[in-house]
Design a protein around this ligand. Structure first.
Ligand code: ADP
Ligand code: F6P
Length: 321
């Protein structure tokens, strides 16, 4: 049986491109003759029954905006069976039989629970961390990497003038992809990620040697999952006497206009999720792999750890001499 009324929500940490994804779900749903609803503040809105009907205009002028017009929340109550039942009930009483959840791995867990309660549910990977498996990219990652690269360009200017070293801490609690991609794209000397062990003695020695050989700057990019940038900088100073300047980029990485890549990814995935709901699919995560839109069982998505791209890591290492 296909869906007639669907809803969309954004959950967990926000990411640039979530609005473009909401727009795609709403417009694609309306295009296909569905009634489309929006839930405010993620799973909290499901529990509090904060649900409204959307029309074409309610998603106008948002494709270019960061953040999420639906707002987002971290909702403890929804991790309980009672909270999930209540959320499902609030959808059912309006006749809503399909739901698109845009968020990270935690949000996928919530979506999966709803699917098992009979709500036809689709997950869209909305997180800057790029830590969702079965998709090459998550919505927001491209923008976050661009922000980090832009910041490092600026940091590098002043580091080169003063012949200094810099430690830049970026987001990624469990996943080093922002550090890896931004590090490679900005020519960082050292990339520290939670997936790969490192030796600070070696890093400090290499830094001193490179300066002695005429290098004018040294950028160390650290994913927050590794530890604080300040601690890494102190460790370097203790070993080689160089005092790196520390920049913590923080939530700057999660705001601002999405890149065209994120807007296109969000548009494709939002439309794909709606079409798959209409075909009767449920309990699936949507992704893009090697240019193809793919569906994967949510159970599989949430029980699999995304593979780290060691080839890219080795490439960055080879090129950063
Ligand atoms: P993200 O989706 O960015 O990973 P969180 O991990 O904070 O963010 O998850 C977002 C929300 O998803 C949580 O606040 C909670 O409401 C819901 N959630 C997370 N884990 C579960 C779970 N195991 N069961 C049900 N809901 C969950
Ligand atoms: O969106 C994911 C993420 O950016 C992580 O890399 C980071 O640790 C976390 O969110 C911080 O989010 P918040 O400040 O909202 O808890």
């Amino acid at each position: 049986m296909t869906v007639k009324k669907i809803a969309v929500l954004t959950s967990g940490g926000d990411s640039q491109g979530m609005n473009a994804a909401v727009r795609a779900v709403v417009r694609s749903g309306l295009y296909h003759g569905l009634e489309v609803f929006a839930v405010q503040r993620g799973f909290a809105g499901l529990i509090n029954d904060d649900i409204r009907e959307m029309d074409l205009r309610s998603v106008g002028d948002i494709i270019q905006r960061g953040g999420t017009i639906l707002q987002t929340a971290r909702c403890k109550e929804f991790t309980t069976a009672e909270g999930q039942q209540l959320g499902a009930e609030n959808l059912r009483k309006r006749g809503i039989d399909g739901l698109v959840v845009i968020g990270g791995d935690g949000s996928y867990q919530g979506a999966n629970k709803l699917s098992k309660l009979g709500i036809k549910t689709m997950g869209l990977p909305g997180t800057i961390d790029n830590d969702i498996p079965f998709t090459d990219l998550t919505i927001g990652f491209d923008t976050a990497v661009s922000i980090v690269v832009d910041a490092i360009n600026k940091i590098r200017d002043t580091m080169s003038s003063h012949e200094r070293s810099s430690v830049v801490e970026v987001m990624g609690r469990h996943c080093g992809d922002i550090a890896l991609y931004a590090g490679l794209a900005s020519g960082a000397e050292t990339i520290l990620v939670p997936e790969v062990p490192f030796d600070l003695d070696e890093i400090a020695t290499r830094m001193s040697e490179n300066f002695a050989l005429g290098k004018r700057h040294s950028i160390v990019i650290v994913a927050e999952g590794v530890g604080k940038g300040e601690e890494i900088a102190n460790g370097i100073t203790a070993r080689n006497g160089i005092e790196p300047r520390v920049t913590v980029l923080g939530h700057i990485q999660r705001g601002g206009a999405p890149t065209h890549n994120d807007r296109i990814l969000a548009s494709n995935l939002g439309d794909f999720a709606v079409r798959k709901l209409i075909e009767g699919e449920s309990g699936k995560g949507c992704g893009i792999m090697k240019g193809e839109l793919v569906l994967t069982d949510m159970d599989k998505v949430i029980s699999t750890k995304k593979e780290f791209n060691m080839e890219l890591y080795e490439l960055a290492k080879r090129l950063s001499q």
